[in-house]
Design a protein around this ligand. Structure first.
Ligand SMILES: [Zn+2]
Ligand SMILES: [Zn+2]
Length: 454
């Protein structure tokens, strides 16, 4: 057995020795779901486990969140490997484990990510292995991944407590990734009860928007000619978006999916206030920006068509996920060892949803594998753990082994450092996402003509 193999054996055994603590942390988090930027109890539960390992824990990173660093031989190398876990739940009041007051539930498996985070810490720290490796391991419990409960987040924004709705974006801004060289986070795979993982994929990023059409009210039956119909403006705008879909390049996987959140007030009144929300998603930042410009022009045309006004507020969503080949290869090798020869599913694929781990991978080489052990479709009422060992323990063994492999191997560290040079700096990242925040206003509404002629 090589030295590295012996170290990996020790971290895996240490995870087995602490399986009880890891599994009960997941159960406890599952039982008390909290929404993004409100995860105070969940933060404390994770912090407690990390403190039990003798680590110094910082909390309230961005409203909530916790971090701790386990240092190895940092004289030999200052390489920092960050392992992440998401703290937040989502809203689905119909889920059997939903909180009866808030409707929050862990229907996205984030409790398993925290088991992975804490499990990896038990593997590397309780075994003493981390002290025998060059570099350091950062354990990072991050707030607010699910993009929801936006009214509350807007209030945090107005109070100056956050700038971004996504927790990882906020942590990037606050410098928590500045000295990080590599990042890993696992995520529950939808409808995958099998003992399988998939790490080699990319994802879309997106810009979010709210749209408000302003028209003029009048009697819908008696005097529609005196009104300006904001709903017609919205429908024309949406049709104009559809008329542009054939121009979106296939390879960019563009997704534009508007909804109407307010369609009018009373059926016998010409609608004067119609509101919409949408995302514009694509595979690359350039394609997001191009498709967004097209979408905004199309939405504006609806206002022009009927002589209404329109205000389009864009805000940064998440950036596209790009996984690092060195980390993917090493994760997969360890998955084959820990889980078995059928552990890998899926060829290289592009997924058209989005995650704020995408933002992290725009700065730092990263890996974001989907892990099995879960039944039901993610976010649905049927979603839940099907196989506790697969959901909570095996990914921790793979992640801890990945960390050992990278920190123990100067060639892997060099390849990852090289990959980081190609990435955005924190400043460049902030410039990109801040540019996504802008307002487009267009006024086509004219003052009503004076009615004094006969
Ligand atoms: Zn989710
Ligand atoms: Zn999730």
């Amino acid at each position: 057995m090589t030295d590295t193999e012996a170290l990996k054996q020790r971290v895996r055994e240490s995870i087995d020795d602490h399986s009880e603590e890891i599994t009960s942390l997941a159960a406890s988090v599952h039982a008390e779901p909290e929404l993004g930027y409100k995860e105070t109890k969940t933060t404390e539960k994770v912090a407690e486990e990390l403190r039990d390992l003798g680590l110094e824990v910082e909390t309230e990173l961005a409203v909530t969140g916790a971090r701790a660093r386990a240092e190895g031989d940092t004289e030999a190398d200052d390489f920092v490997f960050a392992v992440l876990g998401e703290l937040d739940a989502l809203v689905n009041p119909g889920h059997p484990a939903a909180d009866p007051t808030t409707g929050a539930c862990h229907a996205c498996g984030h409790e398993a990510q925290l088991a992975n985070l804490v499990g990896t810490a038990y593997g590397l720290v309780a075994s003493g292995v981390v002290e025998e490796l060059p570099g350091a391991v950062e354990f990072l419990a991050v707030p607010a991944e699910e993009y929801l409960d936006l009214e509350y987040r807007r209030s945090l924004l107005e109070e100056g407590k956050i700038e971004f709705f996504g927790g990882k974006q906020e942590l990037i801004k606050r410098g928590y990734f500045d000295d990080v060289n590599a990042a890993a986070m696992v995520h529950a795979a939808s409808e995958t009860p099998e003992r399988e993982v998939s790490s080699n994929f990319s994802s879309n990023g997106f810009v979010g928007k709210t749209v408000q059409y302003e028209g003029r009210e009048s009697h819908a039956g008696g005097a529609p000619e005196e009104g300006i119909n904001a709903l017609n403006a919205a429908m024309t705008g949406m049709n104009a978006v559809n008329a542009n879909r054939e121009t979106f390049p296939d390879e960019e996987h563009v997704r534009v999916h508007p909804i109407v959140t307010k369609g009018g007030d009373g059926v016998n009144v010409v609608p004067a206030d119609v509101q919409m929300e949408s995302y514009v998603r694509a595979k690359s930042v350039d394609a997001i920006e191009e498709a967004n410009e097209t979408t905004n022009r199309a939405l504006e045309s609806g206002a022009m068509a009927v002589g209404a006004n329109v205000t389009i507020d864009d805000f940064p969503g998440y950036l596209p996920l790009r996984t690092d080949p060195t980390l993917v290869e090493s994760f997969d090798d360890n998955a084959l060892e820990v889980i078995g020869e059928d552990a890998l599913y899926g060829e290289h694929q592009h997924v058209t949803g989005s995650t704020d781990m995408g933002d992290v991978t725009q700065l730092v080489p990263g890996v974001h594998p989907w892990t099995g052990g879960f039944e039901g479709s993610a976010h649905s009422t049927e979603f839940g753990v099907a196989d506790e060992e697969m959901a909570y323990l095996l990914p921790a063994k793979v992640t801890a082994s990945l960390v050992v492999d990278v920190l123990a191997d100067p060639e892997k560290r060099a390849a990852i450092r090289e990959a980081k040079r190609e990435k955005r700096s924190t400043e460049e990242y902030l410039e990109t996402v801040r540019e996504m925040r802008h307002t487009r206003e267009a006024e086509y509404m004219e003052e009503p003509a004076d009615d004094d002629q006969d």
